[in-house]
Design a protein. Structure first.
Length: 73
């Protein structure tokens, strides 16, 4: 069912973010851990953030992404 709802990159990113929802990740860390391309991960992070599933927090010059605890997932 997940294949019908989410792209492979989204599944990998969501698995990392919601699997460790108590911490945030920076984009290059997610790119490395998912084994997906940089553009694909960046695009999915933008989509997930705009849908409210993921939050973005700027720390210094880096954006940190974290699962939104208020999301329905």
């Amino acid at each position: 069912m997940a294949d019908a709802l989410f792209t492979t990159t989204q599944q990998r990113v969501l698995a990392l973010l919601f699997g460790q929802s108590n911490r945030s990740f920076y984009a290059s860390e997610l790119i490395e851990r998912t084994g997906s391309g940089s553009g694909a991960v960046q695009r999915e992070l933008k989509r997930l953030a705009s849908s409210g599933l993921v939050t973005i927090k700027r720390i210094g010059n880096q954006k940190h992404y974290q699962a939104n605890p208020d999301s329905p997932v």
